[in-house]
Design a protein around this ligand. Sequence first.
Ligand SMILES: [Zn+2]
Ligand SMILES: [Zn+2]
Length: 136
Amino acid sequence: MPTIQCHCGAVKVSLEGAPVAQFYCHCDHCQRVHGAAYVPVSMYRADQVRVVAGEPSMWKLHTTLRATCRDCGTRLFAEPAGLGMRGVMAKLLPEGLFEAQFHMQCQHALLPVKDALPHFKGFPDAFGGSEGVVDW
Ligand SMILES: [Zn+2]
Ligand SMILES: [Zn+2]
């Protein structure tokens, strides 16, 4: 049950229980928001993720709500509309608590990441996706 925090420590977020899924997201929204080719995400039910200190800025890119520290700019988590889930930036987790199960939104990938994990073109089937996998 770790509590994670932003770079400056103003915002703390407690995570209760096991994540629903852990993955790398290659979507074009994550690319824009993080300035990165892809991001490691630990996905929880929204009620497992609680802000316990500080007051992050909550803002939207399209329909996804995103929590960012007002002081240091660390992106803490994102809440896609209508799913009841919060995707926590897995880089903030304590060492050893992130083990990716798949890559998703590979249709937007800037650079293929070739490994043994499944590479879903859009969302995985378990998340309502139906586009299958890419060929890398
Ligand atoms: Zn901060
Ligand atoms: Zn994404």
